[in-house]
Design a protein around this ligand. Structure first.
Ligand code: SAM
Ligand code: DTB
Ligand code: SF4
Length: 336
């Protein structure tokens, strides 16, 4: 029986990351089978409810107003547009809808009221609703929870040291504070990062150390491979080697055994064989649909074909919980 630990040291995680690749994948798969259904993959659908024009300077992001990336800027969608998109995602087999807004933080205004309405609408369709809206206060997190929010995505992206080189308009502590606020509102936490920003292996490992030392582990950890976008400061970054992605996923699975590890951005750059290795390394979630927020993702039909070839089945919504986590009493220190 593998213990769930909250005291992994950076050295220990580094040793895991650097272990011989096949041994690493084997160990990750063993841990994966101990804690999760081996052939089940959670399918999330992404929807950009407010696109571009963001005040932040995240070097990787096509939605930052200060970079010329040529994306189409859109103000906040209407509730009926979101409702229609949710129906489409559900019909395609997605159990979760993740709504993203290019905001630095949530403000208490009519736009937020509309987002609360969106959350309520999607929740009533029996889907897990996730939002990623930037920084949140405890009160805002509670309002989202009351509207039926299931999960909140807020990535640490990289280590604290490397964060300063990627983003200057907010701090690592700002990120950690929002995650704490989400936790206090009993909303499920989705937090991971990006590889390929120019960070070192130590930076990757330190980010995993921070996530694994949280009192309650994040219920999902997205691992994104940088999608280099023309016009951003990181446009010339080389593509992430698949082996780095496999190592990162396997290490995440080993140190945060029960979490949903999401093979997130960057799949259009990966072969089917590469993705198979990621699933073998313990990934058990993807974003499906031909667009992420602003950049391309594999076609839906290609992903369904991939599921067929690998014998994977989509996970049902609210698995393991009778109702959204936000509505359940949470035991102190318990893993959701
Ligand atoms: N504005 C909110 C925030 O920053 O938290 C929510 C949206 S933001 C686009 C969500 C996440 O997308 C970022 O934290 C980052 O991890 C990921 N992301 C953004 N641009 C990316 C890119 N070019 N390649 C890979 N991941 C990216
Ligand atoms: C996450 O970790 N990855 C998603 C989601 N959370 C919001 C976003 C990926 C964005 C990739 C760049 C884009 O399409 O704009
Ligand atoms: Fe804005 Fe989020 Fe993009 Fe940063 S990652 S520029 S906060 S949309």
């Amino acid at each position: 029986m593998t213990a769930i630990r909250h005291n992994w040291t950076t050295e220990e995680i580094l040793n895991v990351y650097n272990s011989p690749l096949l041994e690493l994948v084997f160990r990750a798969q063993e841990v994966h089978r101990e804690f999760n259904e081996a052939n089940e993959v959670q399918v999330s659908s992404l929807l950009s409810i407010k696109t571009g024009g963001c005040a932040e300077d995240c070097s990787y992001c096509p939605q930052a107003a200060r970079y010329n990336t040529g994306i189409e800027v859109h103000k906040l969608m209407t509730v009926s547009q979101v409702s229609e998109a949710a129906d489409k995602a559900k019909a395609g087999g997605a159990s979760r809808l993740c709504m993203g807004a290019a905001w630095r933080e949530v403000r208490d205004n009519r736009d937020f009221d509309r987002v609360l309405e969106m959350v309520k609408t999607v929740n009533e369709k029996g889907m897990e609703v996730c939002c990623t809206l930037g920084m949140l206060t405890e009160t805002q997190a509670q309002k989202l929870a009351d509207a039926g929010l299931y999960a909140y995505n807020h990535n640490l992206d990289t280590s604290e040291e490397s964060y300063k080189k990627i983003i200057t308009t907010r701090t690592y502590d700002d990120r950690l504070d929002t995650i704490k606020n989400v936790r206090k509102a009993k909303v499920s936490v989705c937090s991971g990062g990006i590889i390929g920003l120019g960070e070192t292996v130590e930076d990757r490992v330190k980010m995993l150390q921070t996530l694994s030392s949280m009192e309650v582990h994040p219920e999902s950890v997205p691992i994104n491979a940088l999608v280099p976008v023309k016009g951003t400061p990181l446009e010339d970054q080389p593509l992430v080697p698949i082996w780095d992605m496999v190592r990162m996923i396997a290490t995440t699975r080993i140190v945060i055994p029960k979490t949903v590890v999401r093979l997130s951005a960057g799949r259009t750059q990966m072969s089917l064989e590469g993705q198979a290795l990621c699933f073998l390394a313990g990934a058990n979630s993807i974003f499906a649909g031909d667009k992420l927020l602003t950049t391309p993702n594999p076609e839906f039909s290609e992903d369904m074909e991939m599921f067929k070839i690998f014998g994977l089945t989509p996970r049902k919504a609210f698995k393991g919980t009778e109702q959204p986590v936000s509505k359940l009493p949470v035991k102190e220190g318990a893993e959701a």
